[in-house]
Design a protein around this ligand. Structure first.
Ligand code: FAD
Ligand code: NAD
Length: 493
């Protein structure tokens, strides 16, 4: 009944949870000859998150930054199962994952449990709300594709409602005030994109309103973009000033209401500021499924930020990987080494970025290759050892002994896994007005640059990072289309 998973009982089964940066990079590099591979994710596509703010203002269309996961898996030498479902729980002792089809249309079976030999846990993170009242109900997020689409609709709705005849000045000011919460790269890039939309398109389409639109960026810390160098923070702040984007630093959002946002000023006074739209870009937190998994291993998993990887493995008996040395190999602490965790769901010294997750995914693919080679050699060694004493012919025995020696030599070489080493390629962010900023590593130092040339570099860097030629063509085409015809201001649904 139903399609069977690709299953070769001679091979171990790797279950991959997620289809984001970490999982996709792993899938691209993984040799599927060695394992049965199953991918489980509630989204059957990869989302190129760096360009999500561009989708939110209609510079790019949604399809351009998506890549179906099956585009990657169909090129693999052995069939990979892609299941559109959400992992609900992981049992690290029984080594099973239970997952559910959450989509609108479901078959008779919508929940099932699958055993794994290795689990690659790459479910990312969700938006951090800090339990602040009203955030979930009244703010837009900027994490998933649906968030960008929702924001675009709400922004256009604010404009159309403001254009409705008879609005009071006070109501116009409210409807046309856009508040972005969080001065990290997501909040900054989104503010820049909103400004571009205003300047490039809305001035022509809504000439009576465009000049009245206000964008306010609220940040709790003393400055925006704390991960960038001081020079680039100053450059961003002065660019925003020119663009009339107001930055409120040392200001904390305390509540989001349907028509306003409650702020705590630097002097601790509280003000309620009317606004038409709030975009919440205040960082990440772990998903429920991750919290539940962590809770099952209370002794080893004590970090509230996410999954701790590579500590002591308590029972190194179940699987091969535990015989390797205990350094940075992305193995989940407190398990027997059969769960690997990568990307935003982990608590490591690395920043939760696409760069880190994709490098970890590619690294894991190499680890899996090495483990498979080691396992094959162990089997060959056992085979040769069993036959060597039964051989009578001198020449034949010599050949087997020599092969045995060679296998042992290779096994010694493979006994150590190389730890993960992150190679930082630099930080880039778009800040609007055709300007970008970049902190790039250069000869043991750092080069900080900002401006229009950096913007061209930003575009070419992202274009080349897009996984498929199809996406590159679609994104380049969208950029050209917007240059010629402007952005679409029609509001769908
Ligand atoms: P994700 O890419 O988030 O993937 C998680 C996957 O798990 C998704 O496919 C999701 O559908 C799936 N999933 C969720 N729940 C479950 C479940 N229960 N079971 C199974 N699967 C599940 N980083 C940069 O380095 N440069 C940038 O320019 C940049 N720009 C960004 C812009 C925006 C707007 C955002 C939001 C982030 C940006 N980032 C950037 C950060 C980057 O996107 C993340 O660090 C990266 O996505 C982390 O990769 P990941 O694989 O851990 O998680
Ligand atoms: P972030 O965690 O980097 O920034 C969130 C900001 O929101 C913080 O500065 C925090 O002080 C502020 N904040 C939190 N609560 C607040 C409140 N109540 N009121 C006011 N301010 C509040 O989040 P992000 O920007 O979404 O980035 C997440 C990760 O993704 C980071 O690692 C980032 O580097 C990465 N990212 C990178 C890029 C890029 O390289 N261009 C773009 C987007 C995201």
């Amino acid at each position: 009944p139903g399609p069977q998973l690709p299953f070769d009982k001679e091979k171990k089964t790797v279950v991959v949870l997620g289809s984001g940066w970490g999982a996709t990079s792993l899938l691209k590099h993984l040799d599927t000859e060695d394992y049965n591979v199953v991918v489980i994710s509630p989204k059957n596509y990869f989302l190129f998150t760096p360009l999500l703010p561009s989708v939110a203002v209609g510079t790019l269309s949604t399809r351009s930054i998506l890549q179906p996961t099956r585009y990657i898996t169909r090129h693999k030498t052995r069939t990979v199962s892609v299941i559109e479902a959400e992992a609900k729980s992981v049992d690290p002792v029984a080594k099973t994952v239970t997952f559910t089809d959450n989509s609108e249309i479901q078959g008779e079976v919508s929940t099932t449990t699958l055993p794994y030999d290795y689990l690659v846990y790459a479910v990312g993170a969700e938006v951090q709300t800090f339990g602040i009242p009203g955030v979930r109900e009244h703010a837009c997020f900027m994490k998933e594709l649906a968030d960008a689409e929702r924001m675009q609709r709400q922004f256009m709705d604010c404009l159309e409602s403001a254009a409705f005849p008879g609005q009071s000045q006070q109501e116009l000011d409210r409807l046309l005030h856009m508040v972005v919460v969080g001065g990290g790269p997501t909040g900054v890039e989104l503010s820049g994109e909103l400004h571009d939309f205003l300047e490039d398109d809305l001035k022509s389409w809504y000439p009576e309103l465009a000049g009245k639109v206000r964008i306010t960026l609220v940040e709790a810390l003393p400055s925006v973009l704390p991960m960038f160098s001081k020079q680039l923070i100053d450059y961003t702040e002065s660019t925003f000033k020119e663009s009339k984007i107001e930055i409120l630093t040392k200001t904390m959002v305390k509540e989001v209401k349907p028509k306003s946002v409650v702020l705590q000023n630097p002097d601790k006074s509280i003000v309620e500021v009317p606004c038409g739209m709030v975009v919440w870009a205040a960082g990440n937190t772990g998903r429920q499924v991750t919290r539940d998994l962590i809770a099952q291993l209370p002794t080893a998993q004590t970090n509230r930020r996410g999954i701790a990887v590579d500590g002591e493995i308590p029972s190194p008996v179940f699987c091969d990987v535990s015989s390797y040395s205990l350094v940075d190999h992305m193995r989940m602490d407190g398990t027997d080494g059969s769960i690997f965790a990568i990307g935003d769901c982990t608590a490591t010294s690395y920043a939760p970025t696409a760069q880190v997750a994709s490098q970890q995914g590619a690294y894991l693919a190499r680890i899996f290759k090495q483990m498979a080679r080691k396992e094959a050699l162990v089997a060959r060694k056992a085979e040769l050892s069993a036959t060597v004493n039964q051989i009578t012919g001198e020449e034949e025995k010599k050949t087997v002994v020599s092969e045995l020696a060679s296998v042992e030599k290779q096994l010694t070489k493979l006994s150590k896994l190389r730890p993960f080493q992150y190679s930082h390629q630099g930080s880039l962010a778009y800040i609007g007005s055709d300007k970008a900023i970049a902190d790039l590593p250069f000869m043991n130092g750092n080069v900080a640059t900002g401006g229009v040339a950096t913007f061209l570099f930003w575009r070419s860097a992202y274009l080349s990072t897009l996984f498929s030629l199809r996406n590159r063509v679609l994104v380049a085409n969208d950029w050209l289309k917007v240059k010629i015809f402007g952005r679409d201001v029609s509001r769908d649904a």
